[in-house]
Ligand binder design. Structure first.
Ligand code: PLP
Length: 382
């Protein structure tokens, strides 16, 4: 086999995934949320980190459940030998229900058609299919109307091939303390549905409502289990509460200078010639761009990278495959030097939250946006 080098490709651009950070973050969540169990959300290829590696590390770190968005995402985990319980966060298409059962995934249900499809897949023989009922308490994305929840729970309870293993909801504003009363109202609606089920002698099973924000900041949202995504990857959507150990970003995005040369003051750089050098400077070219998930706009909003342990501005428009960096007058920078887009170098750190702040988005979108073209290099510890 030809060795393509430590970056996982001929091009010296890679994302490093630190599994020790994933285990650490799950440990922080367990400490914070116990006795609630931790479900690690590994949808979207583990928020861009690689779902199989993250799933294994999260389970090693003490997560007892995993969750994904798509049937295919669950199947990929099973194909890789992951055997923890896997929750599907939306009702799977009726046609996929046999595959759901075959892969041993736990479907979420919230429509009569979904219950019927799951019931026939479950009745095909063997153990009943265990499903979770999702109630929409105010997010208004997916889930049963609270007024319909009891009827659906009954239908699941009575269906020959089905068993109700859990009941859950999802919070819309758990990350916003200014809207705490809305979260409280959602939880009250959830509790009212649970009371109805119990009155009807239906066991609602495993109860869960919290995402990372709820898990970290709102104790009353934890119930039996918390569904944590972004915090597993080392980011918190809320200021970390007092006494909570810090989380560690699990992904860093790195590259190496491909070309560096001095340019004179007044020279302009990249498409549109939008960046003019204020002084004679050394400009370095770095082989990654917006096709790799570095937003084209990042340079226009003050985006920086780390070179030689120092912050340096991205010079000019980020192109599809390459970007340029203004390394400053007389900078000692040469081809092969490491460049950090996200992560630490020397005493400096650039986080996905920093990019998100500049770009008016959230760390989630930055992390999921790091494209397939970037090889993921998995390591365990610093
Ligand atoms: C994505 C998702 C989560 C995880 O949210 P984080 O904010 O990343 O912790 C939890 N529950 C549901 C239903 C989700 O879709």
């Amino acid at each position: 086999m030809v060795d393509k080098g430590a970056a996982g490709g001929w091009r010296a651009t890679w994302a490093e995934i630190d599994l020790a950070a994933v285990r650490h973050n799950v440990g922080v969540l367990i400490e914070r949320c116990s006795p609630a169990a931790v479900c690690a959300v590994v949808k979207a290829d583990g928020y861009g980190h690689g779902s199989v590696d993250v799933a294994r590390a999260a389970v090693d770190g003490g997560a007892t459940w995993l969750a994904v968005a798509l049937v295919e995402e669950g199947q990929a985990l099973r194909d890789a030998g992951v055997d923890a319980p896997i929750l599907l966060l939306a009702e799977p298409p009726a046609a996929s229900m046999a595959a759901v059962r075959q892969a041993g995934l736990t479907p979420t249900l919230y429509t009569p058609d979904g219950v019927a499809a799951a019931s026939s897949a479950g009745a095909a023989g063997g153990e009943p299919l265990v499903a979770h009922l999702k109630v929409d308490t105010g997010m208004h994305r997916v889930g049963a109307d609270p007024a319909d929840a009891l009827a659906l729970a009954r239908a699941i309870d009575k269906a020959p091939g089905l068993r109700l293993g859990g009941t859950w909801t999802h919070l819309a504003v758990a990350d916003d303390p200014a809207q705490a009363s809305y979260t409280t109202a959602q939880l009250l609606r959830f509790d009212a549905v649970l009371a109805e089920l119990r009155t009807a002698a239906i066991d609602p099973g495993l109860l869960h409502a919290a995402n990372s924000a709820g898990a970290l900041a709102e104790a009353s949202s934890r119930y039996d289990m918390v569904r944590c995504g972004i915090s597993v990857y080392g980011y918190s959507p809320v200021p970390l509460p007092d006494g909570c150990q810090s989380l560690r970003p699990a992904l860093s995005l790195r590259s190496r200078v491909s070309l560096a040369r001095p340019l004179a003051a007044g020279e302009r750089v990249s498409y549109g010639l939008r960046y003019a050098l204020a002084a004679d400077s050394v400009v370095a070219t770095v082989p990654l761009g917006y096709a790799d998930g570095v937003p084209r706009r990042l340079s226009a909003v003050g985006g920086e990278v780390l070179v030689g342990g120092r912050r340096r501005p991205i010079a000019g428009t980020v192109t599809m495959d390459q970007l340029m960096v203004d390394c400053g007058p007389g900078a000692d920078v040469a081809a092969g030097d490491e460049v950090v887009l996200l992560g630490r170098q020397g005493g400096e750190e650039i986080t996905a939250d920093e990019w998100a702040g500049r770009l008016d988005t959230i760390a989630y979108e930055i992390l999921c946006g790091i494209s397939k073209r970037v090889p993921r290099v998995v390591r365990d510890g610093p």
